[in-house]
Design a binder for this molecule. Structure first.
Ligand code: ADP
Ligand code: ADP
Length: 228
């Protein structure tokens, strides 16, 4: 069974904007899935619905039989990375990565192994005591990825995470993200409007069309990498 399935999902904002209509898609265990399409075709909305950050107006979303936002597991089952790293400026790198575990009631000391493991994954263990203002854009994004991974989520959702970075930093992060994905054996859904990025990173691509947003085409890039 897929990790996650959306069936006939629609999302309207007011009665003007139909962001999504009749969206059918599934996310398979272990895949690196990209959602590709022009601005405004509903990719971010689809990601937010999957994350449980918003409710669909119609259709259903099944996540291992339950809604991701309501999954009763010791760790939040979904990690989310936004385009903006949204770090707390008053907290160190360590403190920022601690946050999701802190909210779950885990102390700094208890959380330290998980935090350091997440920082190692993104190559920032030496920067644990640095503050966000001391970091480059690429490094801030790495902290944001570590923060999303520290709870060991079943699913990592990324909404145009590298769109604001320069080309070289972006390419480095593409490669490092692939390493993280292989190392953790995790499932990633990655929103982008870059054809290059989607082809370079993914095992499978869903191409979205706009007005209303839905999947127009599917490309299997490397099905051998899908673990079912
Ligand atoms: P994409 O991520 O592909 O750029 P979005 O999912 O952000 O597309 O947006 C899809 C459509 O829904 C757009 O027309 C956008 O303006 C609209 N939209 C997204 N969020 C909201 C919102 N909170 N309120 C009203 N309209 C929205
Ligand atoms: P990225 O490609 O991750 O954005 P940069 O290209 O900006 O990183 O930085 C290149 C290297 O410079 C980094 O890998 C890091 O080792 C070092 N560096 C960047 N910012 C700092 C800092 N505030 N203090 C020390 N070293 C830094």
């Amino acid at each position: 069974a897929p990790l996650l399935a959306l069936s006939g999902v629609g999302k309207r904002f007011g009665n003007q904007v139909t962001a999504l209509e009749g969206l059918d898609m599934e996310v398979r265990r272990g895949e690196f899935l990209s959602l590709l399409g022009p601005s405004g075709c509903g990719k971010s909305t689809a990601l937010r619905l999957i994350a449980g950050l918003a409710e669909p107006t119609s259709g259903r979303i099944d996540f291992n039989g339950e809604h991701p936002g309501k999954a009763a597991s010791p760790h939040p089952s979904v990690g989310f990375v936004f385009q903006e790293p949204t770090l707390m400026p008053w907290a160190s790198v360590f403190g920022n990565v601690h946050l999701p575990l802190k909210l779950a009631g885990t102390s700094r000391r208890e959380a330290e192994p998980a935090i350091m493991q997440a920082l190692e994954l993104v190559g920032l263990e030496a920067f644990r005591d640095a503050y966000p203002r001391e970091l480059s854009g690429g490094m801030k994004m790495r902290v944001s990825i570590a923060r999303a991974l520290v709870t060991k989520p079943r699913l990592l959702l990324m909404d145009e995470p590298f769109a604001a970075l320069d080309e070289i930093t972006r390419f480095k992060l593409n490669n490092d993200l692939l390493q993280v994905w292989r190392q953790l054996n995790c499932t990633i859904v990655f929103v982008t409007h870059s054809v290059f990025e989607s082809v370079y990173l993914s095992t499978r691509i869903l191409v979205f069309r706009a007005r209303p947003g839905r999947v127009a085409a599917e490309l299997a890039i490397d099905p051998s990498l899908e673990r079912d």
